[in-house]
Design a protein around this ligand. Structure first.
Ligand SMILES: [Zn+2]
Length: 99
């Protein structure tokens, strides 16, 4: 009889854990998918230069197409890359691999 209860307890733990992880997956997967979609909505460097050819500065750097500032910082997106944001006006400019 002890064995039966042990097996029931074992399966209960298994079901509870798989339910737990299943729930976690249900919550995390859409968030991760959403982040990816939002991230990929930002243009790549190539696309950014195509849209704003005059954002190319001498020396190979890129400038903000709005305020012409060449100063930007990176907002890192875990597992995806980085979004380059203008320090001067705060415009989200383009994405890169973040390396
Ligand atoms: Zn700017």
């Amino acid at each position: 009889m002890t064995l039966v209860w042990a097996r029931i307890a074992g399966w209960s733990v298994f079901v509870a854990l798989s339910g737990f992880f299943g729930l976690g997956f249900l919550l995390i997967a859409p968030i991760a998918a959403y982040q990816r979609v939002v991230f990929e909505d930002y243009p790549t460097v190539d696309a950014y230069l195509k849209d704003h050819p005059d954002a190319q500065r001498g020396g190979g750097g890129l400038a903000c197409f709005k305020c012409r500032s060449g100063s930007m910082y990176l907002s890192f997106w875990r597992g995806l890359g980085a979004v380059h944001i203008c320090r001067s006006c705060g415009t989200h400019l383009y994405r890169s691999s973040g390396k």
